[in-house]
Design a protein around this ligand. Structure first.
Ligand SMILES: [Zn+2]
Ligand SMILES: [Zn+2]
Length: 240
């Protein structure tokens, strides 16, 4: 099985639908032997989410807490069918880590022919985005070959979201297709918990079993070794 050393998409009680503080999340990451943890609370348009001040102030947290590299980030909502997010560029440029995801309640309007290829191609070229979050929604289909090739070209990390295996089961067959397409085009991925409480940090078993089943190459999983992750950090000037 793969050895995952960082959970790069998690939420805290700064959002009203998540239940652990930053310190509790970090303690859990430490207890589970992780090298890094990204705090990526939801932004703006989603109900019960912290204000812009929270995301600016979190930057004053230390780089390491309890020997865990804590990345200060955001999960930006994609809110238009052509790929704009609800997070201002001045904030995105300051944060260390950006996940961009669709949450169906918060997207304004539908694309032509119910195809979201253009949305993801524009996100591929958004310089602030690190991770393409849980993109397997059957409600928002896109051309996997075209888009994932572009993600690979633009250095975006495609997320295999382990939380989807428990809470978004309708995504799963697309999730497997996405992983196979990443393998086909050598697109790098990350496996994340999307934890909303400390006990779920690094809860990845089902996602890892799926990746093993399709014989996904370990070297393409950026959070499967400290060396892989540091290589990515070096490429994007992220300090560690
Ligand atoms: Zn999300
Ligand atoms: Zn999330």
């Amino acid at each position: 099985m793969y050895n995952i050393i960082a959970d790069l998409h998690t939420h805290t009680s700064a959002c009203t639908h998540a239940y652990s503080t930053i310190d509790e999340m970090v303690q859990s990451a430490y207890n589970k032997g992780l090298f890094a943890l990204a705090i990526t609370d939801h932004y703006g348009t989603m109900q019960g989410c912290p204000s812009k001040d929270y995301f600016e102030d979190i930057l004053s947290y230390p780089m390491y807490i309890n020997n865990v590299r804590v990345l200060k980030g955001v999960e930006a909502n994609i809110i238009t069918p052509d790929g704009h997010t609800d997070c201002e560029d001045d904030l995105l440029s300051k944060l260390e880590w950006v996940v961009a995801s669709i949450h169906s309640l918060y997207i304004n309007g539908r694309s032509k022919n119910n195809d979201y290829t253009e949305l993801w191609l524009n996100i591929a070229h958004n310089p602030y985005v690190n991770i393409i979050g849980h993109s397997g929604s059957p409600e928002f289909p896109y051309n996997y070959d075209l888009v994932i090739r572009e993600f690979a070209k633009c250095g975006k990390l495609v997320e295999i979201n382990a939380g989807s295996f428990y809470s978004r089961k309708s995504y799963l067959s697309n999730c497997i297709t996405i992983a196979k397409t990443c393998k086909k085009y050598n697109a790098r991925i990350v496996v994340n918990s999307d934890a909303h409480c400390d006990t779920d940090v690094n809860r990845l078993d089902s996602a890892l079993i799926m990746l093993k089943d399709i014989d996904f190459p370990q070297e393409l999983i950026v959070n499967s070794s400290i060396e892989n992750l540091k290589e990515y950090f070096d490429e994007y000037n992220i300090k560690y």
